[in-house]
Design a protein around this ligand. Structure first.
Ligand code: EPZ
Length: 418
């Protein structure tokens, strides 16, 4: 079993390089199935989730190979298998993102229902609503979804909630559909804009990504292209919070400050000093942070993927904060672990009331999901005495060598393989 061991509290100082965004790369790998030509993705971190997505596209008969350390080549010259098995979908929910590209490219797909996960039930009804509006014939049985469509037909799809995955899946499918697809109440996350830019480089015609209405005019075929995904705003936000919570001084390189506005605004409210330049952000804090309230919302609201890390900062703030989770129904699993470290938190429905204390105390805790794990790492950096985090595989899904990046900032953290 792999563990992360943090010896004692510390103050983070220095510079950290942010990697390309996992949540941008995953749909882009799926989108490469839309063409028989070669797609080259640059600066792809070898995260566990990215490797699962590579395996998913390979399972269709496509080639996905790494060149050097960080270049990923995908070529789906011919698609020979139409099934994404339970084993693959169970490993990573985002594997479901191949449904749109497969339906659009080869007209059929059989894919395991993803089921619930640690952060909630996470239905896929909006994805399916989109495909059936576009003429796909969908049947469900034995835990699998089968979908057929000779050629999808563009139509208007209104999403009841601006789901990131549904927007991406429908947007990809619509690129090869006949005529115009309009997605209303679409998700506006930067990862959607990045996917649209990749699809347009492939010869697609996607307009309006980044707003709540996306218009996609279908084309007959797409071509190969080369792309570098946007910087990971969640990895960046995690380091920003770690810097502020430890009273440190950290500069993040290779970021898009605009994407981090919701986090920056809250950290400023907490008293941190933030300096932005075109591609970097410096975060400084030299006293205990002020308490704040946050409510997670779709972009440009405060991201659900930052809620647990921000909660750790609230745990050591000088007063009472409230965190309300509106996106996922079960994203408070980190609370019990934070309590083991001395945090004072009460849950009232979808809100957590956090009474800040001067310091946390090191303990043995367990990462319950990816961002919960990151929150515990920050907690360990703010805790007196040793913290041992188990189930580190959750953290490895979305943070590349987190301990090395933190070590560079002076954190007494190491990875232990047992
Ligand atoms: C994406 O998940 C991200 N994953 C998540 O990142 C992120 O937390 C989430 O968006 C919200 O920002 C990837 O990009 C790979 P949603 P996704 O569809 O697409 C409900 C991380 O830690 N919903 O926007 O699955 C759903 O239940 C992760 O990196 C429906 O009701 O999220 C949830 O309550 C985890 N029906 C809400 O919408 C549907 O058909 C938002 O989900 C689809 C979603």
């Amino acid at each position: 079993m792999t563990k992360l061991m943090i010896e004692d509290r510390c103050i983070l100082n220095g510079t950290v390089e942010i990697s390309c965004a996992k949540n941008a790369i995953l749909p882009i790998i799926a989108a490469a199935l839309l063409t028989e030509e070669k797609c080259t993705l640059k600066d792809v971190p070898a995260l566990d989730d990215v490797e699962v997505m590579e395996a998913v596209v390979r399972s269709t008969g496509a080639h996905a190979v790494r060149e050097g350390q960080n270049q990923l080549i995908i070529q789906a010259e011919s698609i020979t298998d139409y099934e994404a098995t339970y084993e693959l979908i169970r490993k990573m929910r985002a594997s479901f993102l191949i449904m749109g590209p497969m339906l659009a490219r080869v007209g059929k797909v059989r894919i395991s229902l993803p089921g619930g996960c640690a952060i909630g039930t996470r239905p896929i009804d909006l994805h399916l609503k989109g495909f059936s509006t576009m003429g796909a014939n969908i049947t469900l049985g034995h835990g699998y979804i089968e979908a057929y469509a000779e050629r999808l037909k563009g139509d208007s799809v209104y999403l009841d909630f601006p789901s990131v995955g549904a927007t991406e899946n429908i947007m990809m499918a619509a690129c090869l559909a006949e005529g115009l697809t309009v997605i209303e109440n679409a998700a506006e996350e930067p990862e959607i804009v990045d996917l649209a830019s990749f699809l347009n480089k492939m010869g697609g015609n996607v307009k309006g990504a980044g707003t709540d209405t996306i218009r996609i005019e279908g084309v007959k075929a797409l071509k190969g292209t080369t792309h570098t995904a946007i910087p990971d705003r969640i990895e960046a936000g995690t380091f920003m919070i770690a810097a502020a919570a430890t009273g440190g001084d950290v500069t993040l390189q290779s970021v898009v400050p605009e994407h981090l506005k919701p986090v920056t605004a809250k950290l400023k409210e907490m008293g941190a000093e933030i300096t932005e330049s075109e591609k970097s952000i410096r975060v400084r804090a030299n006293e205990r942070l002020n308490p704040i309230d946050i409510k997670t919302m779709p972009y440009p609201g405060f991201p659900t993927d930052m809620q647990s890390q921000m909660m750790t900062a609230m745990c050591v703030a000088k007063g009472t904060s409230i965190a309300t989770e509106t996106v996922f129904e079960n994203r408070f699993m980190h609370i019990n672990e934070l309590k083991l470290m001395g945090a004072k938190i009460k849950v009232d429905g979808r809100s957590a009331i956090i009474e800040g204390c001067e310091k946390l105390s090191g303990a043995r805790v367990k990462a319950t999901d990816l961002r919960a794990g990151a929150a515990l790492a920050i907690a360990g950096l703010c805790a007196e005495g040793a913290t041992e985090i188990s189930d580190v595989y959750h953290i490895d899904r979305g943070y590349i060598t987190i301990e090395k990046k933190l070590q560079k900032l002076g954190a007494p953290i190491k990875r232990i393989e047992e």
